[in-house]
Every structure is written in C-alpha cells, then in structure tokens.
Design a protein around this ligand. Structure first.
Ligand code: PLP
Length: 433
C-alpha cells in the first residue's frame, strides 16, 4: 500500500491527516513521507548486495538537507552540480568521498572547492574543462579525481527536455572522441583518471536504453584497459522512471495501457551482468526514483469557475511552486484530501493563479466537484517540485513538511513576503516608500 492513502475518507501521509498539516502550516505546502523515502532507498540499494557499488542521490531532485541526510545516513553518496549543492551535501552529512560533481559549466571557484573538499570524482564534460581541472588542481598541489561523461548516443525515448545522451546534446563528450579525452586526461598533471560516466536522460520507463548505455560503457572500459588506462568505476547516471499515474489508490486504474517503469530490480538484472563483466565499481545517480512518490504538494481551492464551456478549479499553488506540468506537460495524479459523497463528477482544468496560460496542473481531469477552501493533493511532487520552484509573480515559496508515522515536522519554513525585496536595498524603506 502507498504511503499516501485514504483513511475514513481523509487522505493521510503515513498516519498524518493532510488536513491537520494544512491547518498547522497553511497552504500550499510540500509534504514528504520518511517511510517512503527509506523504502525507495532500500529498493535501490538492497539488490546490489555485496557488489562494489555506490548510489549517489542526485541532489537536484530535492535539495532539502533533511532529505539528503536521511539518505546519507543509509549510505547514499550525492551527485551534485554546483558549489551550492557541494556545501549542502557536506552540511547534510554526505562524506566528500561519496560525492560526484557533475555539470557542463563548473566555474574555477567550484572546481577549486571540489578539489579542496576531496570529492570522490569530478565528472568532466569537455576538453576545456579537463585543462581547467588540471591547471587548478596542479596550482593547489593536489590531484583531482575525474571521470569523463560520454554521450553513448542512446535515445531514452523520454521528453526531449530530459533526454541528455544524444549526439547533439550539450552534455558530455561525443562517443567518437571519448578515447581521445581519456588519453588527454591520463597525460595531464593534477588529474587521476578514476571513471567513466553517462546519464542518458530522465523518467526512462524501459530497460533497453539502459542496457545499450551499459554495453557502451563496458566496451569503452575494455578499450581503455587495452590502452593501459585502468578505470576504478563506471557510472550509469540516473533517470529511473516512476509511475506518476497511480500513487494514491483510488479504485479503477485511470490508464491501464500506459508503459510502467521497470524499477531498480529489473534494471539491475539487465545491466549488472554487462557491467560486472567490466570488473569495476558500479555507480548510479537516481534522483526522481528516490523522492518523487514520497512527496505531494497540497493546495487549497481558491475559486471555481466556468468559461466558454470549460470548468476551472483555481488553486493557491501555481507553476512557481510546481513547474513540471507547464515545462514538460508532465502528469501528476491530483486527488481531493477529503472524499465527499454526492458530488457530481466533472472534468475541470486544474490551474494556478499565475498570469500565464501555461500555469496549469492538469487539463480536462476527471475530478468530483470541489468548493472554495477545500484541499487537493498533487502527488508525485517530491522530485523536481520544490527544487524547481521560484518567486515568479511575487510568490514566496511554500513550506516543506516531513512526516514520520503520525508526526510531522516543518523542514523548511514557508518564505515570508520580504524575500521579494531582500538584497535590493529596499529592506529599510517600509511600506510608506
Ligand atoms: C548527471 C545527472 N545524474 C543524475 C540525474 C538524476 O536524474 P533522475 O532524477 O531522473 O534520476 C540527472 C538529472 O538531471 C543528471 O543530470
């Protein structure tokens, strides 16, 4: 059974009724289940058993330090993409030797900070970056451990914005120049060549693209070995897809024909034989899989209305709080926090208050009629929800709450309205000015 479930007609996160949390912190707010987070971690970690491996949580999916810490305490590393995420991961308790620093545009300051911290590996994504890392680490009289991100030219058959391993992608180094990049890295001062990396995209529902990528990595590891470049690890990135359509059990399956995710069990079964053969440590960088279904965004209905034959439910959460539907046309299951009998069925557009037609959570979505002030939960919002939120339209960011059993705690206060002018010099002026 999922951790978001109805008891006596009221939606709970674990044993905490969402209405109670709403009264305590106000809406909109993000709520996360500790139990689900840990269950997801175990589902990822356990099948790998004693194989030399490291799972590095992709912090960008949800960068709340409490979430990072829960995973770090269970052995997770961190996949980070900025100096800010480096600070966050270290602060949340991820040891430097479990941190991977990815990203196409690391600044000199970020490279310096990563080398000084002694991260497990910098994932280098271009020839220029190799030279920069060599120069910076040499000047610090240190050796930077690096892996090289290679594009295996695999089509992950996902949304184009989250397909990253294609030939023309901005990420990584093209497959046909991979050996050249490793040769250069092996010749440079201040660098220890530690691994090879690829990340082909996100929300991938099939195993085949991962199998292709694993075969590519295994071939490359063997080719490099024949050139006396011995790698310590191969990193298959993240991208494990989840089922966004059925997080809360509501009876009938809304779309039985949809492709279902393969899950880490089947994924490992497909790729481990290929990569184990390469005889090196295996790294994975899941983000979404670990946190997405552990979180929901809870919002109140501000108004309902009819326009031109369409009906609308307008929430107090908007695309500034959760941008995935607007950005990727992503599907999130949306359910009432309180089930009420006798309400007529409808198919409203569920939208936010932002001045953009693209500010929506769902179009034409089956939903029993709701009234002003009632609560809806937008599920599957634990990944790329809060972390992609903004202050657009003068909206302070929502609070974040962590549930464990029947208890909940605020793990980030909702922002106050002064975030809108802090740092501008207007702080002291007050309303009269
Ligand atoms: C390099 C890298 N690793 C891991 C991830 C995590 O992907 P996901 O959340 O789909 O698992 C990303 C996502 O953008 C990424 O760019």
């Amino acid at each position: 059974m999922g951790v978001f479930q109805y008891r006596n007609g009221t939606l709970h996160c674990e044993s905490a009724p969402l209405g109670r949390i709403a009264r305590a912190v106000g809406t909109p707010f993000y709520v996360y289940s500790k139990k689900r987070l840990i269950a997801n971690w175990n589902a990822a970690e356990k099948p790998l058993g004693k194989k030399p491996h490291l799972i590095c949580y992709a912090v960008k999916a949800n960068a709340n330090p409490h979430i990072i810490r829960i995973l770090a305490e269970r052995g997770a590393g961190a996949d980070i993409v900025s100096g800010g995420e480096l600070r966050l991961a270290l602060m949340a308790g991820v040891p430097a030797e479990r941190i991977l620093f990815s990203g196409v545009g690391k600044t000199d300051a970020e490279i310096r900070a990563a080398v000084a911290a002694g991260v497990y590996s910098l994932t280098v994504e271009s020839f220029e970056e190799l030279s920069a890392v060599s120069r910076i680490a040499s000047a610090m009289r240190k050796k930077a451990r690096v892996s090289i991100r290679v594009n295996p030219r695999v089509n992950p058959r996902t949304h184009p914005y989250i397909a990253t391993g294609l030939r023309e992608s901005k990420f990584g180094i093209a497959a046909d120049r991979a050996v050249e990049a490793f040769r250069l890295a092996a010749s440079l001062r201040g660098i220890t060549v530690a691994g090879v990396h690829c990340h082909i995209g996100s929300q991938i529902l099939e195993t085949a693209p991962f199998t292709e990528a694993a075969e590519f990595l295994a071939r490359l590891v063997r080719e490099l070995r024949s050139l006396r470049i011995r790698l310590e690890f191969a990193d298959l990135g993240g991208g494990w897809g989840i089922d966004y359509q059925r997080i809360v059990e509501t009876g009938a399956d809304p779309n039985p024909e949809r492709p279902l995710p393969t899950g880490p069990g089947r994924l490992f079964k497909a790729v481990l034989p290929i990569l184990s053969d390469a005889g090196i440590r295996l790294l994975f960088e899941p983000g979404r899989f670990l946190v997405a279904d552990a979180g929901a965004l809870v919002a109140s209905v501000t108004f309902t209305k009819e326009n031109g034959g369409r009906s609308f439910v307008i929430l107090d959460a908007g695309m500034n709080d959760l941008i995935r539907p607007s950005l990727y046309d992503a599907y999130h299951q949306i359910v009432p926090v309180r089930l009420r009998s006798g309400r007529p069925a409808g198919r409203p557009d569920i939208v936010g208050p932002i001045c953009e037609s693209g500010d929506f959570f769902a179009h034409d979505r089956p939903l029993a009629a709701v009234k002003r002030g009632e609560l809806l939960a937008i599920t599957g919002a634990g990944a790329y929800g809060y972390s992609l939120s903004s202050n657009y339209n003068g909206r302070p960011r929502a609070a974040e709450v962590l549930v464990s059993g029947s208890r909940f705690k605020l793990i980030r206060r909702g922002e106050e309205v002064d975030v809108l002018w802090n740092g501008t010099g207007f702080e002291e002026k007050g309303l009269a000015n």
